[in-house]
Design a protein around this ligand. Structure first.
Ligand code: SF4
Ligand code: SF4
Ligand code: FES
Length: 242
């Protein structure tokens, strides 16, 4: 018999909108149980009105992030054993985003900021041109690889003190995306993108304390991406391009 059999987790989950509160549920422990498994158990077995969000359950879609015992995490890849000290879990929606209901945040401002940072590939070629290839082992491709695996989970955004203090700040994910595109030799909007991120709400607002990098579940380093943007924007300014 495993030491988890018969054990129970004391789970407190945020219910309602911004003015809601915590509600307590008892959830049976199981082997290899993830935090998302716990939320799913509550919704399917105890309270079908609980709202939460997930899709892939394998760390690819970025939709399952929540605040787990005070820390933003992806929940499908977070094992209860790792985070439930004393058999207790407290689950809240991500910080720095408006709450729609229960564990679901409104992600619009997060993705609107990607758009403001020109986080969309802007090709130089048309569909009639041959596909432009970047060799996998080239320095150009390695520069892009450093930050490309973002899944848009907003864990970094929820962990950033500057976003909390300055709601207009683009935040680490949008800037990390902009850096990926600044390094993409196929992209045709390098200078306008640098102009977009060099504004008041962009890279220069970052205080480089690396909360985003510490928390990113994909092991990315938005702090380094933002530092790269600062250097690139300064060089473009000196060249008279901005
Ligand atoms: S390093 Fe910059 S973007 Fe990252 S958490 Fe700190 S202030 Fe926010
Ligand atoms: S940079 Fe990391 S933490 Fe931020 S949205 Fe992308 S994957 Fe999530
Ligand atoms: S459910 Fe897709 S990343 Fe967690």
């Amino acid at each position: 018999m495993s030491d988890r059999e018969g054990a129970t987790l004391a789970v407190a989950i945020w219910r309602g909108g911004a003015q809601g509160g915590l509600q307590r549920y008892d959830v049976p422990r199981s082997a290899s149980q993830t935090v998302l498994d716990v939320v799913t158990y509550v919704q399917r077995q105890l309270d079908p009105t609980l709202a939460y969000r997930y899709a892939c359950r394998v760390g690819m879609c970025g939709s399952c992030a929540m605040t787990v015992n005070g820390v933003a995490r992806w929940t499908c890849r977070t094992h209860v054993d790792k985070v439930a000290a004393g058999g207790r879990l407290e689950l809240r929606p991500l910080a720095n985003l408006p709450v729609i209901r229960d564990l679901v945040c409104d992600m619009r401002e997060f993705f609107d900021k990607w758009a403001s940072a020109r986080g969309r590939f802007e090709p130089q070629r048309t569909r009639r041109d041959p596909v432009e290839c970047v060799a996998p082992d080239s320095p150009a491709r390695r520069a892009v690889d450093a930050a490309i695996e973002c899944i848009g989970c907003a864990v970094c955004y929820a962990s950033c003190d500057i976003v909390a203090a300055r709601p207009d700040y683009f935040g680490p994910a949008a800037l990390n995306r902009a850096w990926t595109l600044v390094n993409d030799v196929r992209d045709g909007a390098r200078t306008p993108r640098l102009a977009a991120v060099a504004g008041d709400a962009g890279c220069h607002a970052c205080h480089t304390q690396a909360g985003c990098t510490e928390r990113c579940p994909k092991g990315l380093a938005p702090t380094a991406s933002i530092a790269g943007l600062k250097r690139a924007a300064a060089r473009a300014l000196l060249r008279g391009e901005l």
